[in-house]
Design a protein. Structure first.
Length: 345
């Protein structure tokens, strides 16, 4: 893993390790704002409060007994790719690997909200994590909290997840229970969930109203769905390859819709279609591959560009914003093509 900070841990996955359909836990990126909270699973209760007919305090045992589902979902940090923005912006200097895919098992949020009985005037849901800390030099601590409109929260796919790749949720990923909001940037998927509150107004906490917004002089828009994006996982940047045919592999995803196509471009040649590989799953990345003919020796640039079924395509250049979110510019790797003899030495 590429470590940006150890305390709290913030680390990303080397791009070469992102080529599988499911990322092993040991290779799944970690993004923590505060210290990881110590939680006693036996004493843990999920508080479901606010505009509900019946306030709940669910133990882990009770939650696990409710109907569950397993979904393969890709999480991407909104700051992924931040380090390539120009002019440079502050924040964790993520390269391209703050994205990973896991099989998440949990209870659909809708099941828990049904148990609590959402009152008609409720319009929004707030998820609170057990982790706390100060931000921007402030004196008092805040919790990590995020809101979702009730409409987005009830769309059926949101999970209260207690298992990842078939194992109990690891501490770094939110033990004992986290939210998984498929298709959204990772910030929506609150870890170490302690409370769910139903309200009649949009949430305006720090990680909603101040951070995780596309800010520029002209606009301030909330970060929501993952923008369409692809990565070349093979060959890696700087690789030496023999002349002739080579295989190019990668992944592509989009929060708005499944991937419709991925195109690659070799050197100055135009774009041509890659093959999509494996199942098409609504909320997980799609693997793809293409055969390229590296005809001449020297440095050559390989690029990939994805388009989703909603018609969104990756831009050539990133659109700058103050905190460096949502960089989905086309990924290019440079390889050097050598004569076969040189490679055998
Ligand atoms: N409670 C809590 N939940 C959180 C965070 C956090 O710091 N605290 N980070 C968020 C962000 S910004 C991302 S990208 C994802 C990262 O999830 P992971 O560490 O499991 O990869 O968790 C989200 N949920
Ligand atoms: Mo994030």
């Amino acid at each position: 893993m590429l470590i940006h900070r150890t305390d709290p841990l913030n680390c990303e996955t080397p791009v070469a390790d992102l080529g599988e359909s499911v990322t092993p836990i040991a290779h799944f990126y970690v993004r923590n704002h505060f210290q990881v909270p110590a939680i006693d699973a036996g004493a843990w209760k999920l508080d479901v409060a606010g505009l509900v007919g019946r306030r709940l305090a669910l133990s882990l045992r009770e939650l696990i007994r409710l109907p569950s589902e397993t979904r393969t979902v890709t999480l991407e940090c909104a700051g992924n790719g931040r380090r390539y923005l120009s002019p440079a912006v502050g924040g964790e200097p993520w390269g391209r690997g703050a994205v990973s895919t896991a099989e998440w098992t949990g209870v659909p949020l809708a099941v828990v909200l049904d148990l609590a009985g959402v009152l008609p005037m409720a319009t929004d849901v707030v998820f609170r994590g057990a982790d706390r800390g100060t931000v921007d030099g402030g004196a008092s601590e805040i919790s990590f909290e995020r809101g979702l409109s009730l409409e987005a929260a009830l769309d059926g796919a949101v999970l209260l997840s207690y298992a990842m790749n078939g194992e109990a949720l690891p501490v770094q990923h939110g033990f004992p229970v986290r939210v998984i909001v498929p298709g959204w940037y990772g910030v929506a998927s609150v870890k170490w969930l302690s409370a769910i509150e139903l309200t009649d107004h949009p949430f305006a906490g720090y990680y909603q109203a101040t951070k995780y917004r596309y800010e520029s002089d002209e606009t301030s828009e909330p970060v929501t769905l993952q923008r369409v994006k692809s990565l070349i996982t093979e060959p890696v940047d700087g690789a030496e390859l023999p002349r002739g045919e080579t295989i190019i592999r990668g992944i592509a995803w989009s929060g708005a819709a499944p991937i419709a196509r991925v195109e690659v471009s070799i050197g100055r040649d135009g774009w041509r279609d890659a093959c999509l590989v494996g199942e098409r799953r609504r909320h997980s990345w799609q693997r793809w591959e293409a055969i390229a003919d590296l005809g001449r020796t020297g440095n050559i640039e390989i690029r990939a560009r994805a388009t989703d079924l909603a018609g969104h395509t990756q831009p050539e250049a990133a659109s700058w914003n103050r905190y460096g979110y949502g960089n989905n510019a086309v990924h290019a790797v440079s390889v050097s093509v050598v004569g076969a003899k040189t490679l055998r030495i």
